[in-house]
Design a protein around this ligand. Structure first.
Ligand SMILES: Nc1ncnc2c1ncn2[C@@H]1O[C@H](COP(=O)(O)O)[C@@H](OP(=O)(O)O)[C@H]1O
Ligand SMILES: [Mg+2]
Ligand SMILES: [Mg+2]
Ligand SMILES: [Mg+2]
Length: 309
């Protein structure tokens, strides 16, 4: 390693420990029994105390160390002083030891945009489907995702008391992806993963048009991309607006790091510049392999129902 790690590697090393801290907050709020649920746009668009505290922790910790970075978080929160106990100052040593891909080594703080989903799968969190929950921190440069960190706070929770809970996955295109074992669905089996709590007729028509052998309905955008890279699903198909840039940035970076793709339903990539619209209006289609097959199966009627981005 060089004596002075690149800015982006320092950012990813910080984001790793910051995501772990956020995951611990998400567990603590659940165990307190006081979720503090607020409806945002409706009953399927919730915010809990865990969403609020985790976002405060992530944004305050990263902006303290990297004051010139643009950070965009899902939750709209009043600007108030964040208490010291929410600040995380650590950095993951093993990330600082890695050499930065040459194309990113000269990037400056002010050129980076960080997309934060403090708790992805909030609906499932409130229903006790705990392994669906993730904390997502994505880093973009020039409109493209260049690093992603996903903490899964309740990983291993089915193992019961005594199991060590939680894990963190991260990746950078050009460097690799870490914290999990890359696996693919065997053979030509098409397993499609999609929403369990934000469905409608267009969403289900589009899933059916893929001629899946199996459909896996689970919560969370981060969780669905984990299904792809761990060989439990071949495509994430969501033909609806609803997902935002903070849902997809981190996951897209990790997918790219292992040769996968995340696009809208037409096969066009989204951009993650600081000034883009937050909504992924033209849906989300993500795969590890055979992206073109899934793009080619999207019915015209579905494309007509979705706006271009
Ligand atoms: N119709 C909709 N309204 C609000 N949020 C939606 C939505 N469809 C998808 N999303 C958001 O996209 C993410 C993944 O959704 P799903 O689990 O249904 O696949 C969730 O993120 P959050 O839990 O961070 O809000 C969810 O809220
Ligand atoms: Mg939400
Ligand atoms: Mg989300
Ligand atoms: Mg969220």
């Amino acid at each position: 390693m060089s004596g002075n790690p690149a800015v982006v590697m320092r950012l990813v090393a910080s984001a790793y420990t910051v995501a772990e801290k956020a995951g611990a907050i998400v567990r603590r709020v659940l165990h307190s029994g006081e979720l503090g649920i607020v409806e945002k746009t409706g009953a399927n668009d919730l915010q809990t105390l865990a969403d609020r505290l985790a976002q405060q922790s992530i944004c305050a910790s990263l902006s303290k160390r990297f004051p010139k970075i643009t950070i965009i978080g899902e939750e709209e929160l009043p600007a108030e002083e964040v208490t010291e106990d929410l600040i995380e100052n650590g950095q993951a040593e093993e990330i600082l030891q890695k050499s930065c891909p040459a194309e990113y080594s000269g990037l400056k703080e002010e050129e980076l945009v960080v997309w934060v989903d403090p708790l992805d799968g909030t609906k499932e969190y409130t229903e006790g489907l705990l392994d669906n929950v993730t904390v997502l921190i994505g880093v973009a440069y020039g409109g493209k995702p260049i690093a992603g960190i996903i903490n899964q706070p309740f990983y291993n929770y089915q193992l019961g008391a005594g199991a060590s809970l939680g894990r963190t996955i991260w990746g950078m295109p050009g460097l690799g992806a870490f914290g999990f074992q890359l696996q693919e669905v065997q053979g030509d089996t098409r397993i499609v993963t999609t929403t369990r709590s934000h469905s409608n007729n267009v969403v289900t028509d589009c899933v059916a048009a893929m001629e899946p052998h199996e459909v896996v309905k689970v919560g969370g955008a981060g969780n669905k991309v984990i299904q792809l890279v761990e060989g439990r699903a071949s495509a994430y198909v969501f033909a609806s607006p609803g997902c935002k840039k903070w849902d997809t940035c981190a996951a897209e970076a990790i997918l790219h790091a292992v040769g996968g793709k995340l696009t809208d339903m037409r096969g066009n990539p989204y951009r993650y510049d600081a000034n883009v619209k937050h909504m992924n209006s033209a849906g989300v289609l993500a795969t590890l392999r055979n992206h073109e097959y899934y793009v080619s199966r999207v019915p015209q009627s579905v494309l007509q129902a979705l706006k271009s981005d």
